[in-house]
Design a protein around this ligand. Structure first.
Ligand code: CAA
Length: 258
């Protein structure tokens, strides 16, 4: 039986995924990425889950793709089998919100994994970087594309070309992370944020995620049209009637997620 590189648990309507390869600082090998993909798809398909959190250890969210595994690969082993990146696309298929709770190193593929999540909550111990240039390669899981979108061209170029690390406070100033908290409070903060999201109506949460993501893929006119259609369609849900009725009756809504 293969090792459990990914641990899962639930906290109410929140699915928590913990990367668990501590001896290698959660280096992302193929087996770990397989297990991560399976865990994400399981939570995504489970209607009792409303939000997902991915975290690592105190020392490392993930220190990148597994350098030992990659070292001797030929061009066709990488290009032909798409070993490194084929599992990475799974995260893009997840329709529920995914929060990255990052402590310690988030480097290379670890930083890219965090950026694939919908937002990042960082411990003050977090260190972000794309050090692939020091290995004679470049980021291979979206780093050259998502980092400039998150922090702008100048800082992205700086990070990708020098391979330097960025501390949590710089990452927050640059817009890479949404919040920074003391390391001891990271999981409480992330689970609390996820619990709030999971308490909202699931159809509106999913459409909100889809609409914000559309901002990256389309013109403003197209994006606004997409948002408007999604907004209109939410008036077909039970939860829209309940949410607005509850507000007018000055009580909390009881959403059915339908
Ligand atoms: N792959 C494989 N093993 C890794 C690893 C990685 N990315 N990162 C760390 N490890 C292993 C180390 O080899 C070491 O193993 P041993 O104990 O068996 O020697 C163990 O984890 C602990 O690491 P260190 O002893 O190096 O710990 P440290 O505290 O001195 O340094 C660190 C920590 C600065 C994160 C350092 O480990 C490091 O620089 N790691 C590599 C970071 C990196 O280059 N990441 C990019 C990978 S390429 C990539 O991700 C491509 C892509 O875009 C998809």
């Amino acid at each position: 039986m293969s090792e459990a590189f990914v641990l899962t648990e639930t906290h109410g309507r929140v699915g928590l995924i913990t990367l668990n390869r501590p001896k290698a600082l959660n280096a992302l090998n193929d087996e770990l990425m397989n297990q991560l993909g399976a865990a994400l798809l399981d939570f995504d398909a489970n209607l009792d889950i409303g939000c997902i959190v991915i975290t690592g250890s105190d020392k490392a969210f993930a220190a990148g793709a597994d350098i030992g595994a990659m070292q001797n690969w030929s061009y066709m082993e990488v290009y032909g089998t798409d070993y490194i990146t084929r599992n990475w696309e799974t995260l893009r298929r997840v329709r529920k919100p995914v929060i990255a709770a990052v402590a310690g190193y988030a480097l290379g593929g670890g930083c890219e994994l965090a950026m694939m999540c919908d937002f990042i909550i960082a411990a003050d111990s977090a260190r972000f970087g794309q050090p692939e240039i020091k290995l004679g390669v470049i980021p291979g899981a979206g780093g050259t594309q998502r980092l400039p979108r998150a922090v702008g061209k100048s800082k992205a170029m700086d990070m990708v070309l020098t391979g330097r690390m960025m501390k949590a406070d710089e990452a927050e100033r640059a817009g890479l992370v949404s919040r920074v908290v003391p390391a001891a409070e990271l999981m409480n903060e992330a689970l609390e944020a996820a619990t709030i999201i999971a308490s909202m109506s699931l159809p509106s949460v999913m459409m909100a995620k889809e609409s914000v993501n559309r901002a990256y893929e389309s013109s403003l006119t197209e994006g606004v049209l997409f948002e408007r259609r999604a907004f209109h369609s939410l008036f077909a849900t039970y939860d829209q009637k309940e949410g607005m009725k509850a507000f007018l009756e000055k009580r909390s809504p009881t959403f059915k997620h339908e």
